[in-house]
Design a protein around this ligand. Structure first.
Ligand SMILES: [Zn+2]
Ligand SMILES: [Zn+2]
Length: 248
C-alpha cells in the first residue's frame, strides 16, 4: 500500500489485543503470554483492548469485565515487566447505551480506546440476526449510519475499529465503496475533524479475506487528509499477534 508509506505506520506496535478477559478469547491468551510472544516477534509495545459491550445481544458478552480486578492485574504486570504495555479497551457502540458508554469512558482512565460496532438495533452481526429481513442495501446503509452516529456521539476515543467489519458475517458479501461513498466519506471526515485515527484491522488476513476497512476506504481516508492510522491484529490468541504487519 503505497499511500501508507508516507504515514509511517508503526508496525512494531499491536494496538488491538484481546486477553482471556474477553469471553471470545482463548484461555491461554494471558497478558504474560502475549508479552512473551511480542518479545519473540520483536514488537516494541502492546496495547491490550478487551471487549466492553453494554447490553450485548450475544449471551457470552453479557457479563461485564470487573475492571477493578482487571486494572489491578494489569498494573502489577506493567510494574514488573520491562516490556511497554498500555491499558486500552474496545468499546462497542449502540445508540441506546451511549450515555453508559460516555460515563464508563470518563470513569476509567484508559490509555487507548477503540470505538467499534458489534451490535446494531440490539441485534448481533456475528450470528447474522441483524441481517434477517433486510436487503443488502438496507443493512449496509443502517450499519454505516450507525458508525457515523458513533463517531459523532462519542469523543473519548482514539481510533475507530474495523470499519466495514459487518462484511465478515454478512450473508450479502462485500460491497462497493462507491455505493456507500456519501456515508463512508462522512464517517472519514468526522474522524479527521475530531483528530481521531482509522484502524486497519488485519484480522481478516488470517482468514484469507482482507483487512477492515477495505483498501479503497483506507486510501480515501488518506486522500481526505487523514493522517492517523493505527494497526491492530484483533488477536484472541498470542499466535495471532501482529497478523500480516509485515505487509505494511
Ligand atoms: Zn471488534
Ligand atoms: Zn477486537
Amino acid at each position: 500500500m503505497n499511500l501508507l508509506k508516507d504515514l509511517k505506520i508503526n508496525t512494531k506496535v499491536d494496538t488491538h489485543v484481546h486477553t482471556n478477559y474477553s469471553p471470545d478469547a482463548d484461555e491461554d491468551a494471558t497478558f504474560s503470554s502475549y508479552i512473551t510472544q511480542a518479545k519473540k516477534m520483536g514488537l516494541t509495545e502492546l496495547i491490550f483492548t478487551d471487549h466492553v459491550d453494554f447490553d450485548a445481544a450475544h449471551p457470552l458478552f453479557k457479563t461485564p469485565i470487573n475492571y477493578d480486578t482487571y486494572i489491578k492485574e494489569f498494573n502489577s504486570l506493567k510494574n514488573a515487566s520491562d516490556f511497554p504495555i498500555k491499558l486500552g479497551v474496545e468499546i462497542g457502540y449502540q445508540s441506546h447505551v451511549k450515555e453508559e458508554i460516555k460515563s464508563f469512558l470518563t470513569n476509567y482512565n484508559f490509555e487507548y480506546v477503540i470505538l467499534s460496532i458489534h451490535y446494531l438495533e440490539k441485534k448481533d452481526l456475528y450470528t447474522q440476526e441483524y441481517f434477517t429481513g433486510k436487503t443488502k442495501k438496507e443493512s449496509y446503509t443502517r450499519y454505516f449510519k450507525t458508525c457515523l452516529e458513533a463517531v459523532q456521539e462519542i469523543s473519548n476515543f482514539d481510533t475507530f475499529g474495523h470499519l466495514d467489519y459487518l462484511v465478515r458475517y454478512s450473508p450479502f458479501g462485500d460491497y462497493e465503496y462507491r455505493e456507500y461513498k456519501k456515508l463512508i466519506d462522512q464517517i472519514l471526515r468526522e474522524l479527521i475533524k475530531k483528530n481521531k485515527a482509522l484502524e486497519i484491522n488485519t484480522s481478516g488476513l488470517r482468514h484469507n479475506e482482507r483487512c477492515y476497512p477495505k483498501k479503497e476506504v483506507i486510501n480515501r481516508f488518506i486522500e481526505l487528509g487523514g493522517k492517523k492510522i493505527t494497526l491492530g491484529s484483533d488477536s484472541h490468541h498470542p499466535s495471532e499477534l501482529a497478523t500480516a504487519f509485515n505487509r505494511f
